[in-house]
Each structure stands twice: as structure tokens, then as C-alpha cells.
Design a protein around this ligand. Structure first.
Ligand code: DAH
Length: 330
């Protein structure tokens, strides 16, 4: 059995070492076999032999441990040499990347709400009818379902058409006060110069007990938000309709290109539509089992804002991965 000392010392890798360990210490290993031989010895011999065996056992066990550590270290060194970062490779000729304009725009939006203590909540991209429509006061056959042409799966699951279902998920798991934003991807069957089948939205939701939350609160937050995003612009609220808010409004900013005089971008109206908002509809609160609360919600598309900020004429170009475009955003 002493020959195992040499065998361990000359093991080339961890696999070989493990095999040796099993050969020695395994249930059917050489140690077990030797110990079982004790039975056939006289008492004196037994004592002597057992002592020797135990010394050898400790020696082999220590040796295995040491060898394992040294082989591990060697393996680590080899992998560092193979995969490690060679810092001498970076020099002036190496170009830095940059955030994608959609990500950068999203970050700028999040930054504003973060400063006001809004929490970020995320929801699944594959949603069900209840969260995406039903609980948001869009029952089956409601005509407003057509506003968002949906990708359906076979099992009544769907790709979420907006970030509004995160309102529902948050209210179902938390109690007011709620103050969240939810950025993320959404999907609709749409493709032209201002629409792609996948795009991004940010949703906002504020709920408090009692009637603490007013439209004035909503107006204040959004006016400041739009100034944060676009600088010195005029903001106007237009009455509108969304099933999940009542009253609802759409919010426009004065055209950042012609300063409100009228141009091609604003269809000569002087105004650009940016977001939808309103006071949370009582039916939505009912769907999540809330009583005696008040709140507002809003939602807007990230790509649309990125296009305006960077004067990108065709939304689809944001997703072509063309470096000539992306390099302009460094
Ligand atoms: N979910 C709407 C959409 O995708 C946007 C929206 C409008 C969200 C009004 C809201 C809201 O929370 O209050 O078009």
C-alpha cells in the first residue's frame, strides 16, 4: 500500500487524484481491505499492525489534501493564462462602447423618479389576459382592446402590450402607500417608421389611502418630469380616454424642433404627444381588492422620447445594430 505515496505524488491532474482517493479510501478500497485483515491476527500483532495502518492512513490523507491544493492552483494558473484579461491589449486604438440610446433615455427617465423615491418594479413579459386586460378594466370584447394589437400564444397567454399589468401585480402583492415605476419591453403587432413589434415603456403608479392623491399631484410630477427630459418646454394636458384611468389625459410638450411654431415633426400643430395618464379607475381598485384609496398612473414610450431627443427619423434603425448609427451616441 506504500506505493500509493508515490502514486499520489506523481498524479498529473485532479481526475487521476480522485481515482486514487477512491482506490485508497473507498468502501472497497485498499485501506478497508487491510483493516479487515486485522481480524485474522493475534492480539499483539493486531495492535502493532493497526497502529502502522493508522499512521499510513493519516499520511495518505494529508498527502492527498496537499496534492489536491497544488493541482487546483496549477489548474487555476493555466486557466488564467488561457482566459485571463491581458491588460496590455488596451491602448488608444481600442474603441470604447456606449449605452444604446434607448437604454440611455430609459436611464434618464428612471433617474428623475428615483430622486422622488419611486421604487422600480418589474413584471413578466409573457402575461395573461387578467393582468394585461381584465383587471385594467378592459373586459373581453371591450373595443379598447383593439388599441393594442396583441401577440397571443396558444394557451391564452400573451406578450404584454404595455407595462400597465405591473400596476396590477404590484397592488396585488402590496398595500398602499405605493409609489413605483416600471420600465420594460412591451410588444404589439405593428411595424412602420414609428413602430416596432418590440419597444419599451415606463409605467408609473402612486396610490395612497383615503383621498390624498389628486390630479394636481399628477400634474406637478409630470410637468417636472418633462422638463427634466426635454429642458425648457411648455406642457399641456388634453382630456382623453384610457380604460384604466378616470379622468384620463394625454400630455403634449411644445415641439422641441420648431418651438411651437409648427413644423413637419409636430404635423404643424406646435405640439408633440408624449404620454398618457389619469386617476386610477375605481374598477381597477376593485379588481385588486383595494377600498378607500386614491391614486394616479401614467405610461409612456421610451423609443418615442429617444427619437425626439436625438432626432432619429426612423424608429426601426434603433434595432438594426448598425454601428454607424450607434457610434453617434458615444
Ligand atoms: N398603457 C397605455 C398604453 O400602452 C399607456 C398608459 C396610459 C398608461 C395611461 C397609464 C395611463 O398608466 O394612466 O398606451
Amino acid at each position: 500500500m506504500r506505493d500509493y505515496i508515490q502514486k499520489i505524488k506523481s498524479a498529473m491532474d485532479l481526475n487521476e487524484l480522485e481515482k486514487l482517493r477512491v482506490e485508497i479510501f473507498g468502501k472497497k478500497g485498499v485501506l478497508a481491505a487491510s483493516f479487515s485483515k486485522l481480524k485474522s491476527l493475534s492480539n499483539d500483532e493486531k495492535k502493532e499492525f493497526a497502529k502502522e495502518l493508522n499512521v499510513l492512513k493519516t499520511q495518505l490523507s494529508n498527502l492527498l489534501q496537499e496534492k489536491k491544493e497544488s493541482l487546483n492552483k496549477k489548474a487555476m494558473e493555466i486557466s488564467m493564462q488561457k482566459d485571463g484579461v491581458d491588460v496590455t491589449l488596451f491602448d488608444a486604438a481600442c474603441e470604447n462602447g456606449a449605452l444604446h440610446p434607448v437604454q440611455a433615455t430609459m436611464d434618464k427617465m428612471i433617474e428623475y423618479f428615483f430622486g422622488l423615491n419611486f421604487e422600480i418594479q418589474e413584471g413578466p413579459l409573457v402575461e395573461d389576459d387578467f393582468h394585461n386586460f381584465e383587471a385594467l378594466n378592459l373586459p373581453e370584447f371591450h373595443p379598447a382592446r383593439d388599441m393594442q394589437d396583441t401577440f397571443y400564444f396558444k394557451d391564452s397567454k400573451l406578450l404584454r402590450t404595455h407595462t400597465s399589468p405591473v400596476q396590477i401585480r404590484t397592488m396585488l402583492k402590496e398595500k398602499p402607500p405605493i409609489r413605483i415605476i416600471s420600465p420594460g419591453a412591451v410588444f404589439r403587432r405593428d411595424l412602420d417608421i414609428t413602430h416596432t413589434p418590440q419597444f419599451h415603456q415606463i409605467e408609473g403608479l402612486v396610490v395612497e389611502e383615503g383621498n390624498k392623491v389628486s390630479f394636481a399631484n399628477l400634474k406637478f410630477i409630470l410637468e417636472n418630469f418633462l422638463t427634466h427630459m426635454f429642458g425648457d418646454v411648455k406642457v399641456r394636458f388634453r382630456p382623453s380616454f384610457f380604460p384604466f384611468t378616470e379622468p384620463s389625459a394625454e400630455v403634449d410638450i411644445s415641439c422641441i424642433f420648431c418651438k411651437g411654431k409648427g413644423c413637419r415633426v409636430c404635423s404643424h400643430t406646435g405640439w408633440i404627444e408624449i404620454l398618457g395618464c389619469g386617476m386610477v379607475d375605481p374598477n381597477v381598485f376593485k379588481a385588486v381588492g383595494y377600498e378607500d384609496v386614491s391614486g394616479y398612473a401614467f405610461g409612456l414610450g421610451v423609443e418615442r422620447v429617444a427619437m425626439l431627443l436625438h432626432q432619429i427619423p426612423d424608429l426601426r434603425s434603433l434595432y438594426e445594430g448598425d454601428l454607424r448609427l450607434l457610434e453617434q451616441f458615444k
